[in-house]
Design a protein around this ligand. Structure first.
Ligand code: ADP
Ligand code: MG
Length: 322
């Protein structure tokens, strides 16, 4: 996973309590600062339960999830998805609009076609050509009164994989806050949200993985209240004839997006950081940076296909430690 938080565990009466769990097909790690181990661990447990609940809503692998039901029935008629998933889908569609369609949660059919979850293989051009017209966020129908969503075309499928982990991190942080926690980090497989600081006011330090040396850090950042997400071509990919085929797809072509190795985004919420890192990845280094700059409170950097860095702003570049 691209972001590896590192913590130290000392400072006055306060300690850092941490737990790790496999959820949403990734490693979720939560660390909270507190005086009482029992209260801290209760809060962590509740936050982990919240992430499990999110997975039950948005997973495309769980047949009983709200998203799976929408994908089965959305072309027959509008499906009531509940208020929070409804507004998540609306937020995703707004990012589609802002990114000129680079980000598009209706990529479901082409995500399935490539099958990166089970190793992956190049689809034939004929099949890709048949499936590609099913992709298009403009073909989603909404009914705001019943929080229902439908598909204009039969065969459409949504996939919230580019945003779900970030959204889960945000909701987990809300649970922690409701428990009175003021300093914590929730890392949902590299999509993370930070509040407060470590004991003694020491900032949380997060590391960004080197896209071509897994396990090595490209740089670290000391962060206050913010969210960070990274999209990379090294997360899920296969090689064929010396070409890297990875899981971030260009909705215009149905092919893996070219031009970037990784995109790291800082934003006020992890859902926004997560979606924007995927969008900028698809847009490529130049248009990706312009897109990130266009969004209030959003900043980041791109490692392009030659390994060169592109930044939204110099202040962020100065914050990075290498
Ligand atoms: P990671 O899973 O490494 O955190 P991302 O956040 O970029 O990476 O999400 C990639 C996932 O998003 C893919 O596995 C797929 O489910 C979905 N996806 C792929 N391409 C797009 C796209 N152009 N727009 C929206 N979602 C996408
Ligand atoms: Mg993402």
């Amino acid at each position: 996973m691209p972001i590896l938080p590192s913590y130290s565990c000392s400072g006055g009466e306060q300690s850092v309590f941490r737990e790790t769990k496999l959820l949403m097909g990734t490693v979720v790690e939560i660390a909270v600062v507190g005086q009482s181990g029992e209260r801290s661990r209760d809060a962590i447990r509740e936050a982990l339960e919240e992430i499990a609940r999110v997975d039950e809503l948005v997973s495309t692998f769980k047949q009983g999830s709200v998203v799976s039901r929408l994908n089965r029935e959305g072309a027959i008629g509008k499906v009531s998805v509940g208020k929070e998933v409804f507004f998540l889908i609306r937020a995703a569609a707004a990012i589609s609009e802002a990114s000129g369609g680079a980000f598009d949660i209706t990529v479901g059919p082409i995500v399935k076609l490539w099958g990166f979850e089970s190793g992956g293989a190049r689809p034939s051009e004929v099949i890709l050509g048949k499936v590609l017209p099913l992709v298009g966020y403009r073909n989603l129908n909404y009914d705001e009164n019943s929080y229902a969503v439908g598909f204009k075309t039969s065969g459409m499928q949504i996939d919230l994989g580019a945003m779900a982990a970030g959204w889960a991190a945000d909701l987990a942080i809300e649970k922690l806050k409701a428990r009175g926690i003021t300093a914590a980090i929730v890392d949902a497989g590299g999509e993370l949200r930070v509040i407060g600081s470590k004991p003694g006011g020491i900032p949380w330090r997060i590391g960004v993985q080197d896209p071509r040396s897994p396990g090595e850090l490209l740089m670290t950042f000391d962060l206050g209240d913010t969210a960070v997400a990274t999209s990379g071509d090294y997360e899920r990919f296969f090689m064929d004839g010396g070409v890297r085929y990875h899981h971030i797809l260009d909705p215009a072509t149905g092919m893996p997006a070219r031009g970037c190795r990784s995109v790291t985004v800082l934003a006020p919420t992890a859902a926004e950081a997560d979606a924007c890192s995927t969008a900028a990845f698809v847009l490529g280094p130049e248009r990706g940076i312009a897109f990130l700059r266009s969004r209030p409170g959003v900043r980041g950097f791109i490692v392009d296909e030659d390994g060169d860095l592109h930044w939204t702003d110099e202040a962020l570049e100065r914050m990075a430690r290498r």
